[in-house]
Ligand binder design. Sequence first.
Ligand code: MG
Length: 373
Amino acid sequence: MGRLAPSLRFPVTGSRGRRFPEREHPYRNPFQRDRDRIVHARAFRRLEDKTQVFPPDLSDHFRNRLTHTIEVAQIARTAANVLGLDEDLTEALALAHDIGHPPFAHAGEQELDRQMQRFGERFDHNLHALRIVESFEQRYAGFPGLNLTFEVREGIVKHSREIAPGETGGLEEYLPGLRPPLEAQLIDLADEIAYNTADLDDAYSAGFFTLDEAAAEIAGFRDAAAEVAREHAGAGERIRFHEILRRLIDRLVTGLIEGTVQAVEEARVRDVEDVRCHPCRLVRMTPESGALARELKSFLRRRVYESPPVLQERQRSVAAVAALFEYYLEDPARLPQPYARLAESGAPHRVICDYIAGMTDGFLRRTCQRLGL
Ligand code: MG
């Protein structure tokens, strides 16, 4: 395992800066300030009451989107530190990666997207996150939004996809056709490691499967279980499960670090510009850890995501989002201010979508209840 060349670390002094120029801070650099602004944003706090996968009424111990975000930041920072990348930029991006998430996990996102498609538009949580940090957060006198550096905004937009040359919709400034720096490329895989292992943990505690069932169906889990059985013969099942889980996290994070070092070496990129111009992303898992990640994912799909309790919850969520969208669409004057005013001058479906996307799960449920939906 080795660090990358220092020239592959995004230099904070090379930032393209903020949309509205600001005085420098005496002891925090621009990426550190961005991280702090994200932590102080309302959209960040709302993650506490947004479902990750499991509805909170089943247990007090499940991840929500805020605790998930903290886990992503922890994994991403570890990898950035070992690779010699900029930890502050990485952390800011990890903390921001889900702030555009609507209520009710992926079900909420898919339903908002479906509603928007009726009007020939889409809902994408990364683009929604950009709108939050560019304009919806109102807490500074000198500018709208959080006035984040270019690199953090670019990383938010390119979290899980590339921007094609010629793509429209206000994204032209974010270097279409170019890859984001390695710090930004890390987030997507750190996210995946965090949710695969956390969902396994939450689902195990909720009784979706036993340790033996996981060992029978996931080769990587079985190997780790054998190791734990040798090292901790007398431990109870729950402790053994957690010992297995920490080994899986370790293998995946190590695989991410080693896979990235290998890819960077093979691609012979020398600096951030080379990374940007390379035809594909260079942050990746080793083949072995990639195979483990796929195994976990397919087990979770079979045993958890497509299980009756999770599917029923998803249907309830979809129905609630759809009913609320319809209710406001029938008469946009029903929206609270300032949304009702915005809906008079702009496209009502867009305003309704923004309003609902900002809701926490709890607020959406209470709103539906109050309106008798
Ligand atoms: Mg996430």
